[in-house]
Design a protein around this ligand. Structure first.
Ligand code: 8YV
Length: 321
């Protein structure tokens, strides 16, 4: 449903983008809305006369929308997020003003689950190190050292939402033994349930974190959990950097208290802690789990479809509670 919104330039609703989208998505928004780009303004602050006109925000999962920003936009009606995670959006501030919030669930589930499996294999089988080994010519002098297998291992999924379930479905094909942590056991899930992340980590050879970010999951993977995972244990995080106590993780990796990690998310993206770069037991990704051309196109479309539905007075496709 591309654009149920008035075409006349004068009538176009004003929309604030918090950060860049792919060019095609920006162009599609510019065809329908009067677009303001927050990052192009000094101090990332919109002049008050422009701010007063803004009725919609198009943001990203990593950028969100703070209470301060929301407070600067008196005519704001909707925040449409290009991403499933809404932890960076001040939902309470939006709710207090009756501002609608939408996100992009489902369309990115498969990609994020794919990357979780990819990171597990890349870290345990040391695929990037093997690639570097071949390219450097080292192979002609000596065979590369042995690595760790994935199949047959015990895998603990931390958070069994849409993405966690997709990870579990994929890993079932690797003949692993699966268990999970969630707020409550899921009657529809046959895998073993742990009510304690630490106990799940103690049981697991590989822990895959797929939780939503936010205060309730902050630092849930802490030093105790990492110690329970142990020297032979691996960690994959495709959720939010905030779910892991990063200083504790860095120490555990540096001291070999866990075997290694595959990480797509960090505390301070994109300026991540340089200590990660010196580690040989991690595989690092630039918060790229949903970043396939196919999925990003679907995410951009869903952002626009939610905005169009709102301005046409129709039900939102993917509202956030
Ligand atoms: C995106 C994300 O990388 O869905 C999320 O919550 O973090 C990711 O899919 C992000 O929204 C794009 O900037």
């Amino acid at each position: 449903m591309e654009s149920a919104v008035p075409a006349s330039v004068k009538d176009r609703p004003h929309l604030l983008m918090c950060g860049p989208y792919p060019a095609a998505d920006t162009q599609a928004l510019e065809a329908t809305y009067t677009v303001h780009k927050l990052w192009e303004h000094v101090g990332a602050a919109l002049p008050p006369e422009q701010a007063a006109q803004v009725r919609a925000i198009a943001t990203r999962g990593d950028l969100g929308a703070s209470a301060t920003l929301i407070g600067q936009l008196p005519a704001l009606e909707i925040i449409s997020c290009y991403g499933v995670g809404t932890d960076a959006i001040d939902l309470a501030a939006a709710r207090a003003r009756g501002i609608q919030v939408t996100n992009t669930p489902d369309v990115l589930t498969g990609d994020v689950a794919d990357l979780a499996v990819g990171l597990a294999l890349a870290a345990m089988r040391r695929i990037p190190a093997g690639d570097a080994y071949v390219r450097s010519g080292a192979w002609s002098k000596q065979a590369m050292g042995l690595v760790t297998r994935l199949h047959g291992k015990r895998v603990g999924v931390v958070g069994l939402g849409r993405i966690g379930q997709a990870v579990a479905r994929r890993l079932a094909g690797f003949d692993v033994e699966l268990a999970y942590f969630a707020r409550a056991a899921r009657p529809d899930c046959a895998h073993r349930y742990f009510s304690s992340v630490t106990e799940l980590a103690r049981w697991s050879d590989l822990l895959v974190v797929t939780l939503a970010g936010g205060p309730s999951t902050k630092d849930i993977i802490n030093a105790e959990v990492l110690n329970a995972l142990g020297e032979q244990g691996w960690l994959v995080n495709v959720s939010r950097g905030s779910t892991v106590d990063e200083p504790a993780l860095l120490l555990a990796l540096e001291q070999g208290r866990i075997a290694g990690a595959g990480l797509d998310v960090f505390w301070n993206e994109p300026q991540i802690d340089p200590r990660f770069l010196a580690l040989h037991n991690v595989v690092l990704q630039p918060h790229h789990a949903s970043a396939t051309a196919e999925t990003r196109q679907a995410m951009g479309q869903l952002v626009r479809d939610n905005l169009s539905a709102h301005f046409a007075g129709q039900a939102l496709l993917t509202p956030v509670d």
